[in-house]
Write a protein that binds this ligand. Structure first.
Ligand code: B12
Length: 213
């Protein structure tokens, strides 16, 4: 199977919520020398993005979405150990990552976390529905250079700015990057975030830029 076909099948298996099939395809990707990073981004992530669209179009419902997430994680479990970790980073910066207060959506956060991890960052995952103070406290505790906040709801995105304010006051060494479906570059600018990424690949690009500067 060529890689484009494999990516398509992987995305389709994520959409179908077929854990056995995503695991099988992930293994096949490894066996045939396909880059596991590409398999995750162009297979799993594409599939999950389509799941979001299908949900919006009322073509998929919550129980199916959760099966899709499990199917995605099954493939990632197999691919993850084979991702090339960037160990060229001389002094890895610490990143605090979590989902804004009031929000339990963590599928996107987990993808961003994994990509930052393999990009060589030191990751502290503070989970989901994270109180504003926790972001700030953890940033101080770990002397973080970056704080990455995810929000999937128009309500919880309002809890990003207080984190940025808190950091300015108590740990001004840390820069903030924000992302999630309702977030835009304009919104990120308006709350004073140092960076915004529309997906996990952009998250890594922005994080590198901000920590190298
Ligand atoms: C899956 C899902 C759920 C799952 C979550 C499972 C989980 N563990 O995450 C479940 C079923 C539990 C759920 C629950 C609810 N959900 Co829901 N859910 C979704 C859905 C369909 C997909 C989200 C998703 O996982 N997408 C796939 C991932 C890979 O994409 P992503 O998160 O956008 O992440 C990518 C980028 O955004 C970016 N990114 C993400 N985070 C970050 C962070 C940084 C720093 C950077 C740089 C980039 C970045 O990179 C990621 C990878 O490329 C969305 C619809 C949508 N269009 O988003 C609704 C949606 C987010 N949910 C919604 C709602 C309302 C709810 C509920 C309140 C439903 C209810 N009535 O009970 C509860 C929420 C409870 C709570 N307090 O949080 C609404 C939010 C509306 C709003 N107010 O804005 C949405 C938009 C659906 C809708 N149109 O109504 N949900």
């Amino acid at each position: 199977m060529d890689k484009e076909t494999l990516f398509k099948k992987l995305a389709a298996a994520v959409i179908d919520g077929d854990e056995d099939e995503t695991a099988r395809l992930a293994q096949e990707a490894l066996d045939t020398g396909i880059d596991p990073y590409d398999a995750i981004m162009q297979g799993c992530n594409k599939g999950m993005a389509e799941v979001s669209d299908k949900y919006e179009a009322k073509e998929m419902f919550v129980p199916e979405i959760l099966l899709s997430a499990d199917a995605m994680y099954a493939a990632i479990d197999i691919l993850r150990p084979h991702l090339k970790v960037d160990d060229t980073v001389a002094k890895p910066a610490t990143v605090i990552i979590g989902v804004a207060q009031g929000d339990i959506h963590d599928i996107g956060k987990n993808l961003v976390k994994m990509m930052l991890d393999v990009a060589g960052f030191n990751i502290i995952d503070v989970g989901r529905d994270v109180p504003v103070e926790t972001f700030v406290e953890k940033a101080i505790e770990h002397n973080a250079k970056l704080v990455a906040i995810s929000a999937l709801m128009t309500t919880s995105m309002m809890n990003m700015e207080p984190v940025i304010e808190g950091l300015k006051e108590k740990h001004s060494g840390a820069k903030t990057i924000v992302g999630g479906a309702p977030i835009s570059q304009d919104f990120a600018d308006s709350i004073g975030a140092a960076g915004y990424g529309k997906d996990a690949v952009a998250a890594v690009r922005v994080a590198k830029k901000l920590t190298e500067a």
